[in-house]
Write a protein that binds this ligand. Structure first.
Ligand code: TYM
Length: 377
């Protein structure tokens, strides 16, 4: 089994989520916090009850401030290296639910600069155009334009720069070397970049001219940024940002997260539905090599990406999910059938998403923070 690596740019190996809680120094999401969220939101979310979101920092503080009527907001983002895949939708779907249920403003950052600086092969024109492509996926999920404020780093730097230089002055090269693993051959753009992802935590406070506590829903790979952000926040007069961390939607291969760096194991939102179907039918499963052996020995849903897709996104009903689990374990359910059902559900989801994505083009402007600021002047 490959050794586990989890950084903002690379996730490899079998992921031990409990161990990540220890390594990153975050807290597990407790039953009490899940119940409190349900009470506030007025409904339950499968991401919480199944612990797809499973760890946090100061989520309790965030909820308390929210219930007391204090200023709070949501912040999340995307590094637009290429097309959006299903994994990226996990934090966004949850963010949208929080926006809707709690009536919150969302600040969304597209870091085209980060992906240009990190990937040798990408031009800035490429990552910048991907930013606007990726934005269509965000819009397709149904975020409220009046409450969703998007910035594209290379086009909107004026909005962030004054905060970013103050942030940058607080962070030494030795900190980013140890937190992000940068070396002497890492370009200096990357050394500065974390100050932009961190600055965005404080932008709501600047724009609203009050102390705004942000909650960041994201997968746990982004945690290194928040560790640094929290270390310097108070010295700059801002509250420490809170986080709620998700697990990764796995790729269609034997291990690792769904990742753009492994396109054959990723389902992109813009894949034709037939291709989605084919990719899932070719997916790795935890089943036995033959149907006869599967009937005799059963499969291992705990280590199966196909089962994970049902558990994380494509089976709402807890009872049905449990039945699927047991039918797999005891050899009643064969992998072909399980994959076929999933392929149908995912292809349908993708088709619907593409329909909404097509319409999103007409309303992009209404999500851009720069457009809103200009029209207020
Ligand atoms: P990026 O583009 O790598 O990822 C975008 C968001 O998707 C999450 N993610 C996943 N979640 C579940 N399963 C997966 N397989 C999976 N792969 C990626 C990431 O955790 C992230 O939440 N530097 C950032 C861009 C950014 C950002 C932010 C992200 C700027 N500000 C604030 C989160 C919050 C990036 O490259 O994300």
């Amino acid at each position: 089994m490959a050794q586990m690596t989890v950084t903002p740019w690379e996730v490899r190996g079998a992921i031990d989520y409990d161990r990540l809680i220890e390594i990153f120094g975050v807290k597990p999401l407790t039953d009490d916090l899940v119940k409190l969220t349900e009470k506030i939101a007025g409904e339950n979310h499968l991401f919480l009850r199944r612990r797809v979101f499973y760890a946090h920092r100061d989520y309790d503080v965030f909820l308390k401030r929210y219930t007391e009527g204090g200023a709070v907001a949501l912040y999340t983002g995307r590094g637009p290296s290429s097309r959006v895949h299903l994994g990226h939708l996990v934090p966004w779907i949850f963010t949208k639910w929080l926006q809707e249920r709690l009536g919150l403003e969302l600040y969304f950052q597209l870091t085209d600069d980060e992906k240009f600086l990190y990937h040798r092969e990408y031009s800035l024109e490429h990552t910048n155009s991907m930013a606007y492509e990726n934005l269509l996926d965000l819009i397709a999920l149904g975020f409220d334009p009046s409450k969703t404020h998007v910035i594209v780093d290379s086009d909107d730097i004026a909005l962030l720069y004054k905060i970013a230089v103050r942030v940058a002055k607080k962070i030494t090269a030795s900190v980013v070397k140890s937190v992000f693993g940068f070396t002497d051959s890492t370009n200096i753009g990357m050394y500065f970049f974390p100050s932009l992802q961190i600055a965005m935590c404080f932008l709501p406070s600047e724009l609203r001219r009050e102390v705004v506590l942000v909650l960041i829903p994201a997968a746990i790979d982004q945690d290194p940024y928040w560790r640094v952000a929290r270390d310097i926040a108070t010295s700059l007069g801002y509250p420490k940002p809170a986080q709620i961390h998700s697990k990764f939607l796995p790729g269609l291969g034997p291990e690792g997260k769904m990742s753009s760096s492994k396109p054959e194991t990723a389902i992109y939102t813009t894949d034709p539905p037939e291709q989605v179907y084919r990719k899932i039918m070719n997916a790795f499963t935890s089943g036995q090599p033959t149907a006869a052996m599967q009937r005799k020995l059963g499969g291992n849903p705990d280590r199966c990406p196909v089962f994970a897709y049902y558990a994380m996104l494509f089976e709402e009903d807890d009872k049905k999910l449990e039945e699927r689990y047991h039918r797999c374990r005891n050899g009643e359910l064969l992998c072909g059938e399980c994959k076929r059902e999933l392929a149908e559900r995912v292809a349908k989801f993708i088709e619907e998403h593409q329909r909404r994505r097509g319409k999103a083009k007409d309303i992009v402007e209404s999500f851009l923070l720069r457009t809103k600021i200009r029209s207020r002047r």
